[in-house]
Write a protein of this length. Sequence first.
Length: 299
Amino acid sequence: MSATIIDGKAYAAGLRGRVAGAVADLSRDGVVPGLAVVLAGSDPASQIYVRNKARQTVEVGMESFEHLLPATASEAEVLALVARLNADPAVDGILVQLPLPAQIDSQKVIEAIDPGKDVDGFHPINAGRLMTGVPGFVSCTPLGCLLLIRSVRPDLAGLDAVVIGRSNIVGKPMAQLLLGQSCTVTVAHSRTRDLEAVCRRADILVAAVGRPDMVRGDWIKPGAIVIDVGINRVPNPQAGEGKTRVVGDVAFAEAAAVAGAITPVPGGVGPMTIACLLRNTLQAACQRRGLPMPALDAA
Ligand code: GUN
């Protein structure tokens, strides 16, 4: 194995520590940033994620507001809750956990969130700001990926970047961020022809497809930076019947033998998402009060 292993867990802990320091500074002026999380239904993965968010929000000194709605909640109920949170001065950031139950139009809910409190960066206003290079909120997972990439290579100008996946949550904002760093960006997806050859050109390869071990070692350009966004649960019979383990979208051992730097799963991109959410909530709290955003990202 030759690649540098990018320790997202350690980076995220450091970022949370810097956020906590900035929150402590704000508290001297009586400012306590608040993050509201809305969860409708009882999807187990979402429940775990929301619980972790609430714990880490409190750990950095922010206030956490949790709104748990039943899976039968109507669209009107969710929209009414979002309207209340938009108007609540104690709430700086609003996150509505996706996916929402089928009877609720997610896009309508996202567009109802005040763009100044949209710490997920999913509102079209913030997506548009990212696209046009105007400051705004950037989706947490791609922001975390960019921080990890720049932790091993601060200047990305001119590099060939390939993003596999075109979702609004990861693939598209990731491509915009890399373009903003002057990379030459290719967005690959399920209809891309000769994906392997496309990947082999990448100095930076970001895999966000949700297919276990899809990217093989011989798809990787020697020395490339490989970022694995996948969180896939697969059977793990060695640990016992019915047991599972989490793997990424990249066949790690094969890829690590070729890459220059690579994120592991777990412990790579995953911990960065909540750390970046807290960073965005701090940004929202400062912006709403006309305060400068403290410098946090220099690693
Ligand atoms: N579901 C999976 N990831 C995310 C995320 O980053 N934000 C929200 N709101 N829902 C998600």
